[in-house]
Design a protein around this ligand. Structure first.
Ligand SMILES: [Zn+2]
Ligand SMILES: [Zn+2]
Length: 329
């Protein structure tokens, strides 16, 4: 006989949770994830009444977990989804985006599908083709990450959303924290704290990470048990992942498997150590404006990061700098 659920004692256990030592039935597992996200969101006041939140949905396991859980802990009519197609051959599939839109509709949430090409004029593949021609040595992940961040912020702002929720999980957060510590980059480490607002600018929408205490294996299990079809293909540019992140990821997985709960304890202790500093920050408001596209720019810089990256591959007038993209739900 398979064991019964450690929580309810009624149903068959399906998920072993190493960090708690419990074996949970699927209902109790779903409840556990939802309750932990809710607790984290409330603990840091990530959501305030009246907030309109744009959900960044990739079509992967983290995105489906974010969509499902957020629709349970907040009002669906105040949530909007955004799916950004990178434009990577063999990776993005039209049916994945369609399925995401349909699934979100069942929760009463509209999802807007756009692409890096629609905003910049170039897909990630096209960017990488030009980058290779000019041997820029900038990885696909950098172009793609910077472009996606810009597009998310742009849509959030244009749609009148005052928060932008990304689906970063505990594994992502832990890797980033270790990298920031190894690099001695205290500002970036502090920026990871949910209370830290380092920069305030009317053109930047505040970001929240509701899944920051949920393990990656948990979002994968959640998505699988709920029966969501996820985009399964791995990004062909994965080998361009910066080496340090790849190494940190491998070591953290190993440490976590030997010491279950280690990542949770790690982020939890950082949260507590940084809380007094994060809560006392007076946000800077000294951002400039990009001379090319008008978007926020670090003070003293003429070009924003995206314009700078695109100029590096010979694109001096990206689409967004010459034509304003119209955004509508
Ligand atoms: Zn149970
Ligand atoms: Zn710019």
């Amino acid at each position: 006989m398979p064991p019964l659920c450690s929580r309810c004692g009624l149903r068959q256990a399906e998920v072993y949770q190493p960090q708690s030592g419990e074996s949970l039935c699927r209902e109790c597992f779903f409840e556990d994830i939802t309750a932990r996200v809710k607790r984290e969101v409330e603990r840091w006041n990530m959501i305030e009444p009246g907030d309109v939140i744009l959900l960044a949905l990739s079509g992967g396991k983290d995105g489906y977990t974010l969509l499902d859980v957020m629709s349970r802990i907040y009002k669906s009519d105040r949530l909007i989804g955004l799916n950004i197609i990178e434009g990577i051959h063999g990776y993005n599939k039209e049916e994945d985006a369609r399925y995401l839109v349909m699934t979100a509709k069942e929760f009463g949430i509209d999802v807007i599908v756009t692409s890096i090409k629609e905003y910049t004029g170039l897909s990630v593949d096209e960017i990488m083709y030009k980058a290779k021609e000019r041997s820029t040595r900038v990885s696909a992940c950098t172009y793609c990450g910077i472009a996606r961040r810009r597009i998310m912020n742009y849509y959030a702002r244009e749609l009148g959303a005052n928060k932008l929720a990304t689906a970063h999980n505990l594994d992502d957060e832990s890797q980033t924290a270790v990298i920031n510590i190894l690099r001695g980059d205290f500002e970036s480490l502090l920026r990871q704290h949910p209370l830290a607002e380092l920069v305030r600018d009317p053109m930047l929408v505040r970001r929240i990470k509701p899944l920051r205490k949920i393990y990656e294996w948990e979002t994968a299990t959640f998505t699988f048990l709920k029966g969501y079809h996820i985009q399964e293909t791995e990004c062909p540019y994965i080998y361009q992942l910066p080496t340090l992140r790849a190494k940190v990821r491998r070591e953290l997985y190993r440490y976590e498997s030997e010491h279950p709960g280690a990542l949770l304890r790690f982020i939890e202790s950082l949260d507590r150590m940084l809380e007094p500093i994060a809560a006392g920050i007076k946000p800077r408001s000294d951002l400039g404006r990009c001379v090319r596209c008008g978007e926020p720019t670090p003070s003293g810089k003429a070009l924003c990061k995206l314009c700078e990256l695109l100029e590096g591959i010979g694109v001096a007038s990206p689409l967004y700098s010459v034509r304003r993209l119209r955004v509508r739900v």
